[in-house]
Write a protein that binds this ligand. Structure first.
Ligand code: AMP
Ligand code: MG
Length: 339
């Protein structure tokens, strides 16, 4: 096995990443959401290497990343009016827009769909890499399929060492959860995956914002997912996580009754577990901090060998909805609701 090279996010390293990408290779790269596994979105063979490195199911489409609005035109057959407005308001940033694809997007990239998800990241190194490549870059999260998304180059290394030639280290991902994924229906926006751009913010573009039911509900067997990624097991650490939905007092009472020596609590603030005989791990008291730390916390649970985890429930609105959506999947939809 070979070792994956860690590159600093400086000019020389970006040149090396661009050289690899131009030669059809896959590179781990930072973005403001999470780290991505990038390859030339228009090169079928390069894109196949992404699926192989991740062990990603072939029908789960990849998001295509661009560095200027003009790059979008050859990739899609039609740009809805609402997409222009969203781009103006939220790009560069953590918003992915699904549009009908043009023929130059290979089927491997779109997972066989006739649409493509496009995003313009704001991370400086990501923008520089795409710019210097001159082609759009397909980049799913740089984790092994099923495990928590990576928010540091170290996370990527843990999953991808020996599977890809290089990783560009751009520090801790600022946002920490993947982009908001939206599609357009007449004069409405449908949220397929919540992210840092919240439903509340999208309502400023149009009041008609629909939150797809797959965002917080388990897809029924046989149902067709509007966003194929929603049907797969996700973000799962080895620990058995239960989300405890209730006040701090109710959470503490539940933990007191149901914990044992193996229990780890995933809480908002250092004193949430004061006086309780359990280990705790803190993921932040605001939606934004929770988004920033969620995946790192899920990986940390594995590092400390946690087996049974009780997690305080994030808010189900604003950026909290994105955290809740990921945590629900990490918890295999196990939620205890307390009054
Ligand atoms: P990841 O690449 O890990 O951030 O996951 C990308 C997410 O976007 C997955 O849930 C995909 O199913 C979804 N996605 C990407 N392209 C499309 C598309 N054309 N239509 C619907 N969902 C998409
Ligand atoms: Mg992913």
């Amino acid at each position: 096995m070979f070792d994956t090279k860690m590159l600093a996010a400086d000019d020389a390293s970006i040149s090396e990443a661009v050289r690899l990408l131009k030669s059809g290779e896959v590179v781990g790269m930072p973005t403001e959401t999470v780290y991505g596994l990038g390859a030339n979105a228009l090169d079928e063979n390069a894109v196949r290497k992404i699926f192989a490195a991740k062990g990603r199911p072939a029908d789960n489409p990849l998001i295509v990343h661009i560095s200027s609005f003009d790059m979008i035109k050859p990739l899609v057959s039609y740009i809805p009016q609402l997409a222009y407005k969203c781009a103006q308001e939220f790009w560069a940033g953590p918003l992915t827009m699904i549009m009908p694809k043009s023929d130059i997007i290979p089927e491997v990239t779109s997972g066989g769909l006739d649409t493509v998800g496009i995003r313009m990241p704001s991370h400086k190194a990501a923008r520089a890499i795409i710019d210097r490549c001159g082609f759009p870059i397909a980049a799913p999260s740089a984790n092994l399929s099923g495990s928590p998304s990576p928010t540091t180059a170290g996370h990527v290394f843990n999953d991808m060492n020996g599977r890809i030639p290089a990783i560009v280290d751009g520090g801790f991902s600022a946002v920490g959860v993947e982009s908001t994924v939206i599609s357009f229906e007449d004069d409405a926006i449908r949220i397929l995956r919540p992210g840092f751009i919240s439903a509340e913010e999208l309502k400023e573009i149009t009041p008609n914002v629909i939150i797809d039911k797959g965002v917080i509900a388990k897809l029924e067997q046989g149902a067709i997912a509007r966003s194929p990624g929603m049907k797969y097991k996700h973000y799962a650490p080895k620990a058995d996580i239960t989300i405890i939905d209730g006040s701090l007092d109710a959470f503490r009472a539940y933990v007191k009754k149901h914990s044992d020596s193996d229990t780890v609590c995933m809480v908002f603030e250092p004193n949430d577990c004061d006086g309780l005989d359990v280990k705790s791990i803190i993921y932040g008291e605001t939606d934004e901090k929770q988004a920033h730390l969620l995946f790192d916390t899920l990986r940390e649970l594995d590092n400390i060998g946690a087996k049974k985890v009780f997690a305080r429930c994030p808010r189900k609105s604003g950026v909290g909805l994105a955290v809740y959506n990921r945590l629900l999947r990490a918890a295999a939809f196990q939620v205890v609701t307390l009054k």
